[in-house]
Design a protein around this ligand. Structure first.
Ligand code: NAD
Length: 483
């Protein structure tokens, strides 16, 4: 049996400050609670060797940043094209700052890629599982990728190691993974499982991975906690709090964080509706609310609402979990948050219809932005793409521009037209829709753009354009929640 783990109280915050010397001493001569069953040393290596399973938005960034922290990292993905790109130093997706760091760590040999689970199993002391957990047809998290990945890895785990889940999963998953892995791994109970949810934000993923605002270690043994502290020694030494807790709490932390953020966005969006109904200004309202430290200004930006590969699916999965567990009040809250959010898309489409005189058929609409957020090429559950699709369904000729997300959008929505520049998208347009708040769009010269459109009418669904400037240049400007 492993040394028993004493769960931290939920409020307890463990701030571990480890100097490099402390860390070396700690890792080369582990004792006490860090010693695994049979008195074996968790890893005799000064630095545990790290593997990353799944090299998508989360996994590739994690692999690169782990290597940049000095670890030897081996990464695997079942998508051969992703691996083929990554080995040449090309990130298979857009993430600011990722490619230079990828190339640096390929060049210095810290980061390697493989297609072999046998190699991964033989190499790693700590295996990070970073595969996707999309929604299934009922809105629950589809855990098939997680269980397929650990099933592929388990037969190759011949010696003691730690599997660390980073994917966002429903509470209870870690213990199921532990049972599944131990049943299949030659090392049996000497394989431990921890959950270390990830809070990185696309667009800031490198920064968030190298200097996270907190680390959450869901563990079932001191051995796992000790190994995770060693893996994250660099950010911990730099002051990042490491919160050690039981597996279930760690799983819930991630979905609770996303549920809170989603609720905050939907809250300000219903306030935007109130403002529209009363002639009030939601931006000034958000500003005034945000000065209250208990509320804060962030995630209080009204507009088209949230999308992407995390928030929508995570609140739906949590809603399903809550329903299954009989926590009806949470399910009701999340369902409402989701409905409010999806309603923003319908609302923008309705506003677009009104703005062109009540019928979109045959109208030319320019869409600025289909990435689910700026500084990303991610179009998963993109509000901008959703609205574009709604308008196209009503017969509008939609011409889309996005600084980086067009290749992904083209694959997902081949029926839309794609333009290489804002001006090309807007040429002859009856309406311009601003749907993703890229800084490029805030720098548009509205006077120049007015010359190419058919009618200078813009809907700013992100409340991010300088309305005074646009109006001064002759535009009719509609802003959600603003007079
Ligand atoms: P993604 O789809 O970009 O990446 C998942 C990767 O896993 C893909 O490259 C896929 O090919 C690979 N994969 C699937 N099955 C595999 C297997 N059996 N073996 C090896 N690789 C396999 O998804 P993502 O955005 O990186 O998200 C991954 C997880 O991280 C999700 O649970 C998500 O909720 C969570 N998360 C994502 C973010 C984010 O910003 N993207 C942030 C925090 C948490």
């Amino acid at each position: 049996m492993r040394a028993p783990f004493t769960p931290a109280r939920p409020t307890e915050r463990e701030q571990v400050q480890m100097s490099a010397a402390d860390n070396a001493r700690h890792t080369s001569q582990p004792t006490g609670s860090g010693t695994p069953p049979g008195g074996e040393v968790p890893s005799r290596r000064a630095r545990p060797r790290v593997t990353v399973v799944g090299t998508g938005y989360l996994g590739l960034t994690h692999a690169v940043c782990m290597a940049d922290m000095g670890h030897e990292v081996l990464a695997i993905d079942v998508d051969e094209t992703k691996i083929a790109k990554a080995v040449t130093g090309e990130a298979p997706f857009f993430e600011p700052g990722l490619e230079p760091l990828l190339r640096k760590n390929l060049d210095n040999g810290k980061l390697r890629f493989t297609r072999s689970f046998a190699e991964v199993g033989a190499f790693g002391d700590v295996h990070f599982v970073c595969v996707g957990t999309p929604s299934d047809a009922e809105g629950r998290a589809d855990l098939s990728y997680v269980f397929t990945a650990v099933a592929a890895l388990a037969p190759h785990l011949a010696s003691e190691c730690l599997i660390v889940g980073k994917s966002t999963v429903p509470v209870g998953t870690a213990r199921q993974v532990m049972a599944a892995v131990r049943a299949k791994a030659p090392a049996g109970d000497r394989v431990d499982v921890a959950w270390n949810p990830e809070f990185l934000r696309e667009g800031f993923a490198v920064r968030d991975s190298l200097a996270p605002d907190r680390l959450v270690f869901g563990v079932a043994s001191e051995y796992a906690a000790d190994l995770l502290r060693r893996v994250y020694a660099a950010p911990i030494a730099a002051g990042t709090p490491a919160l050690v807790m039981d597996l279930e709490t760690a799983e819930i932390v991630k979905v609770a964080a996303n549920a809170f953020l989603a609720t905050k966005i939907s809250f300000i969006n219903v306030m935007a509706e109130l403002c529209e109904a009363t002639g009030a200004d939601v931006i000034r309202l958000a500003e005034a609310l945000g000065y209250d430290e208990r509320i804060g200004r962030r995630f209080l930006s009204p507009g088209l609402g949230f999308g992407g590969g995390c928030l929508p699916k995570d609140i739906r999965a949590l809603c399903a979990t809550a329903s299954g567990l009989g926590v009806g009040s949470l399910a009701t809250l999340l369902r409402t948050v989701d409905v409010i959010n999806m309603d923003r898309r319908r609302r923008v489409a309705a506003l677009a219809r009104e703005a062109v005189g009540g019928d979109l058929a045959g109208k030319r609409v320019a869409v600025l932005g289909v990435a689910f957020k700026p500084d990303s090429d991610d179009i998963r559950d993109s509000p901008g793409l959703d609205v574009s699709g709604r308008l196209a369904r009503e017969g509008a000729a939609v011409s889309v521009h996005d600084p980086v997300a067009m290749p992904n959008a083209r694959i997902s929505r081949p029926d839309l037209r794609y333009a290489d520049s804002v001006s090309e998208a807007a040429t002859g347009a009856d309406l311009v829709l601003h749907l993703t708040e890229w800084s490029d769009y805030q720098a548009i010269d509205p006077a120049a753009l007015a010359k190419v459109v058919s009618r200078p009418v813009v809907i700013d669904a992100r409340c991010a354009l300088d309305a005074r400037l646009w109006r001064h240049a002759g535009w009719t400007v509609h802003i959600l929640g603003r007079p």
